[in-house]
Ligand binder design. Structure first.
Ligand SMILES: [Zn+2]
Ligand SMILES: [Zn+2]
Length: 385
């Protein structure tokens, strides 16, 4: 079957790979109907992780069950399902506590597994024709049959729950003012979640006009372009002081507007601490910071030695002085995806406006390039085999 294979920095190819098989009685196989390209794939694509060539990408997967293992009891051939990007067992201590992003059974020596991602276990990605879902009764969330809401449901694998998780990590409550740094898919979903959950005010910070327009149009956000001046000062000016809580939907490859470079995303412009430090300044004393944006313990392309070991210069003194709290880590998708699915089914949420492209799997290399360049209008790309 065809799959998107990582060949090396800035290079992916659609190649023939082995089809998955049932490896354990609780596995199912699905025919992929949609697999999304994610911002976190770009960290690997750019050679900014320890990813080795040969990985099949794709951790945001929807498909139809074609084969079930003997021990699968809740799924049948023909069911349409979405798989959380986390692979989780469902019965370890962390899974029992709902922390399925930190399952201790699926990736020996590590807490947490995922499809098609460096260091996240042996699970092949779904940017392919077929996918194996392990612990399928637990991991495969059933969707209504047919193809209705396919775009919106595909966002249940990662970015909608991860955005929701971002404001959850920030201890968001209805009536709060919230600042979201980053208007990529996760930031936009965090802002959209804040809108659904009754935020009083939403600020979204980015530099790409088309992304800021989406935040304004679909999330009722006040948009802040950080290339036009210090985003913290811009927010404080409009809001009249620090906001209640904030979300970092950028992560370690953050652009610092104070730094010069050849292009917007020249690594010379990066400062892995800039977003967290801006959030510490943006959020009021005792407010909370949710950090679903990705940070890594090892970055081969880091701007300096400290950052290459995942150590970054956070203004911890100021954080402490303000009595702020930090919530970090990848989303436990299972915590939210059932409820978010039902909001979509009942028409109370429809995040499909995020999707800018649905293309054939064979077009993946061009789409990786365009998404990586943050081309105007390329916000979320879905691949269809
Ligand atoms: Zn993702
Ligand atoms: Zn587990």
């Amino acid at each position: 079957m065809d799959a998107v294979v990582y060949k090396g920095p800035h290079d992916v190819a659609v190649e023939e790979v082995d089809e998955p098989t049932i490896e354990h009685p609780n596995d199912v196989l699905i025919d992929i109907t949609t697999s999304c390209i994610c911002g976190s794939d770009l960290h690997m694509y750019e050679g900014r992780t320890a990813a080795e060539p040969g990985i099949v990408f794709g951790h945001e997967n929807v498909g139809v069950v074609t084969e079930i293992g003997d021990a699968v009891s809740d799924l049948e051939v023909g069911d349409r399902v979405v798989a959380p990007f986390n692979v989780a067992c469902g019965f370890c201590e962390n899974c029992e506590n709902g922390k399925t992003g930190f399952c201790t059974n699926v990736n020996p020596g590590f807490a947490g597994g995922a499809y098609g991602y460096v260091a996240m276990g042996p699970y092949k990605g779904g940017q392919a024709e077929k996918l194996r879902i392990p612990y399928a009764d637990f991991n495969a969330l059933q969707l209504p049959k047919g193809d209705e809401h396919e775009d919106a449901f595909s966002l249940l694998a990662d970015v909608f729950p991860t955005g929701w998780h971002g404001i959850e990590l920030a201890n968001f409550e209805p009536g709060d003012s919230v600042a979201v740094y980053g208007a990529g898919p996760v930031g936009l979903m965090a802002a959209y979640s804040a809108k659904i959950r009754g935020a009083a005010e939403i600020y979204v910070v980015d530099r790409v006009p088309s992304r800021l327009e989406l935040a304004e149009e679909h999330c009722d956000a006040t948009t802040i372009n950080f290339e036009e001046g210090d985003p913290v000062e811009q927010i404080k000016e409009i809001h009249g002081g620090g906001v209640d809580c904030g979300v970092d939907a950028v992560g370690y490859q953050a652009v610092d507007s104070e730094k010069e470079g050849d292009g917007a995303y020249d690594p010379a412009r990066e400062n892995p601490a800039v977003v967290i430090n801006n959030l510490i300044r943006t959020v009021k004393p005792t407010g909370e910071l949710g950090i679903p944006g990705l940070y890594v313990p090892e970055d081969p392309g880091a701007p300096d030695d400290m950052a290459s070991q995942g150590r970054i210069g956070i203004d911890f003194g100021l954080l402490f002085e303000k009595g702020q709290a930090l919530g970090t880590g990848q989303c436990n998708v299972k915590e939210y995806n059932r409820q978010l699915r039902d909001l979509i089914v009942e028409g109370r949420a429809d995040p499909s406006w995020l999707v800018s492209h649905r293309v054939d799997l064979s077009e993946a290399p061009e789409m990786y390039e365009a998404f990586d360049a943050r081309d105007e209008g390329v916000t979320k790309v879905l691949l269809e085999p």
